[in-house]
Design a protein. Structure first.
Length: 276
């Protein structure tokens, strides 16, 4: 599996068509770049990659400190993570991409769109926010971070699952195997990496006041059961980015790519068809 060193961090990524860069530009597939949410990694988009890879070059990467990427001492603020995403595109010789970011990945995507719109064909944001962290939630997340520091991720992961997934998924007994799979993904996090990444999310600055500068075609998706970044957060982004589209994913929480992949895929496909 490929790794690349970006901004002094060893970053893990998966590329569905790694030889595309050798082709003449007119023969290359358009690129989708996937950026995951807090405490996850590239598997978050497995069902999107499987669906789109026949027509798109799909690249998913692990943010530093998470998944299989290096746990560095610093670089976890959202601007630095945006620098990592930009550096990845440049290192892979990608002129433009469709940027798909979920939650934390959406924080990163918005900053890329503000700073380097030349790199984007479109911006697709799922279950994310343009605001600074809600102070009330920040208190809870700080408690979570301390618990991870003292006890490790395994002791708190079951309490994290209701933040990450909606009630429909969590109560569906036919999906218990999936539940266990994603619980195991949470448990596989590095303790230090999880703490660094969570602190970066808690301490992020707002970008809502800058979204009016975004002219990149934008789609915003939000699960109707999302308790972490509910509908009003998505709506604020929608109102701030002129011409953006907003759609609600039914029966999904904060991880719609896993909970309702068909709805997510069809909404993305519909949106991209508008750009052709």
């Amino acid at each position: 599996m490929p790794y690349i060193t970006l901004n002094n961090a060893h970053i893990y990524y998966e590329d569905s068509a790694p030889n595309e860069s050798r082709f003449e530009p007119q023969y290359r597939k358009p690129v989708m770049l996937f950026a995951h949410g807090l405490l996850w990694g590239t598997p978050l988009f497995d069902k999107q990659v499987a669906y789109f890879q026949s027509k798109y070059r799909c690249i998913a990467f692990d943010l530093r400190g998470q998944g299989q990427s290096e746990v560095t001492k610093d670089g976890y603020d959202m601007d630095s993570l945006a620098d990592d995403a930009i550096a990845l595109l440049e290192a892979l010789d990608i002129d433009k991409c469709h940027f798909i970011g979920l939650s934390m990945g959406g924080f990163v995507g918005q900053r890329v769109a503000i700073r380097r719109p030349d790199l984007l064909k479109s911006l697709i944001l799922l279950e994310t926010s343009a605001d600074a962290e809600d102070p009330k939630k920040a208190v809870s997340y700080n408690k979570l971070m301390r618990a991870i520091s003292w006890l490790g991720i395994r002791r708190v992961s079951k309490k994290v699952m209701p933040i990450m997934f909606g009630k429909t998924f969590l109560s569906d007994r036919t999906r218990r195997e999936e539940y266990q799979l994603w619980l195991s993904h949470l448990n596989s996090n590095s303790k230090k990496g999880a703490i660094h990444a969570t602190r970066g999310v808690i301490q992020r600055e707002e970008v809502l006041s800058k979204l009016g500068d975004i002219t990149t075609p934008t789609l915003i998706l939000v699960g109707d059961e999302d308790v972490a970044t509910p509908y009003d957060k998505a709506q604020r982004i929608h109102f701030a980015i002129q011409g953006s589209k907003l759609a609600v994913i039914q029966r999904a929480g904060h991880t719609s790519t896993v909970e309702e992949p068909e709805q997510v895929n069809h909404n993305i496909e519909w949106f991209l068809s508008l750009l052709d």
